[in-house]
Design a protein around this ligand. Structure first.
Ligand code: NAP
Length: 337
């Protein structure tokens, strides 16, 4: 077969088939320092050529800027892309750096209309609750999201950083196509409860930050040289003594990479991808990049299969990682399990 496009997987039992690796678009407008808009646009086009069809954004990435940036690309390729965006991180107009988590029905309705406007679309393919407001029953939130499906504003529902219990309660109200959570060689907390629940319910897992926000590629292993507003200054794993301790954990990744003639990032992605067989569910990681060469490198990882010995070598890494994945772990499902 001559087709260089990546294989596909299904987003939940009723969702569309998508390329087995998606593209995280957050960095094109937010979080990881200045982006070159032309290079980002070239990255989107290159990804599509390679068979990437799931594109991930959120209303909170650059306060709407990321959705606006992606709109022309989505418009040009509407039939070929699956557009995923998210609500819940509301930004007070007078405090642009603050986020207030909102899961209530009136807010969801406001948020979806604003996202549709910025994306310049009639319908969002996959609409995620980005973060959980524990003061609003999950049934109420998913009930409001399900109304959007009935009204044709949204096609499929997703949840980000939910606990196994929250996922089960939500799925009882309306089928959930995908759970998006951090999952990588450095971050495996969801394997305890969320992953088995998703496998049982037929929900796909969409791992975010599968490259450990760049750490696992070996290219950014501290905050040295990062822009002042780079989010990684606030990430415990990149700062202080933790950074050097975590850099030492890359040694086995390097050993496996050398055996495959691959990069460290490709081994990190192959490991996440192989969780699909290990846990028995569709796994569609969304590595983020703004560079066409890197999207080609990252998608090529879908062709790498790690041996049992290699998986054993990589197995102990996560439990040795220094520092939590967020400074405030209530922001993550593991902080509420
Ligand atoms: N649901 C949530 O709460 C949540 C949270 C975080 C992220 N996300 C989503 O998940 C996506 C991916 O996560 P992420 O961007 O945080 O982290 P990531 O994918 O683990 O890593 C992204 C970082 O790795 C670099 N990188 C990518 N490919 C590379 C390669 N081949 N070689 C060297 N460096 C490489 C990128 O730099 P360049 O861009 O310069 O290539 C960027 O700095 C985001 O874009 C976003 O859509 C969701």
């Amino acid at each position: 077969m001559n087709d260089s496009r990546i294989p596909t997987a299904r987003l939940g039992t009723a969702g569309p088939r998508v390329g087995v690796q998606g593209l995280g678009c957050m960095g094109m407008s937010f979080a990881y320092g200045p982006a070159d808009a032309d290079a980002s646009r070239a990255t989107l086009e290159r990804a599509l050529e390679l068979g990437v069809t799931l594109y991930d954004t959120a209303d909170a990435y650059g306060a709407g800027e990321n959705e606006r940036f992606l709109a022309p690309f989505f418009k040009a390729h509407r039939e070929d892309v699956v557009v995923a965006t998210k609500f819940a991180l509301s930004i007070p107009p007078d405090e642009p750096t603050r986020r207030i988590i909102r899961n209530d029905a009136p807010y969801i309705r406001e948020a979806v209309e604003a996202s549709l406007r910025r994306l310049d679309l009639d319908v969002i393919d996959l609409y995620y609750m980005h973060r959980r407001d524990v003061n609003v029953p999950i049934e109420e939130t998913v009930g409001a999201m399900a109304e959007l499906v009935r009204e044709g504003k949204v096609r499929h529902l997703g949840l980000s950083e939910v606990t196994a219990r929250e996922l089960r309660a939500a799925h009882a109200v309306h089928p959930i196509a995908a759970v998006q959570s951090e999952w990588s060689l450095f971050s495996r907390d969801i394997e305890a409860g969320v992953v088995p629940a998703a496998a049982e319910l037929g929900v796909a897992l969409v791992p975010y930050s599968p490259l450990g926000r760049g750490f696992l590629t070996g290219s950014v292993t501290s905050t040295d040289g990062l822009a002042d507003d780079d989010f990684r200054h606030q990430q415990p794993r990149f700062t202080g003594d933790n950074a050097a301790a975590n850099a030492a954990l890359l040694a086995p990744v390097r050993t496996v990479a050398e055996a495959h003639g691959a990069t460290l990032g490709q081994i990190a992605l192959a490991w996440v991808q192989q969780r699909a067989e290990v846990h028995g569910l569709p796994v569609i990681p969304i590595p983020g990049t703004r560079k066409p060469t890197r999207v080609a490198e990252n998608t090529a990882a879908t062709g790498i299969v790690l041996t049992d010995d290699e998986l054993s070598l990589l197995e102990p890494i996560a439990e040795k990682v220094a520092g939590d994945r967020y400074a405030d772990m209530t922001f993550a499902s593991a902080g509420r399990e």
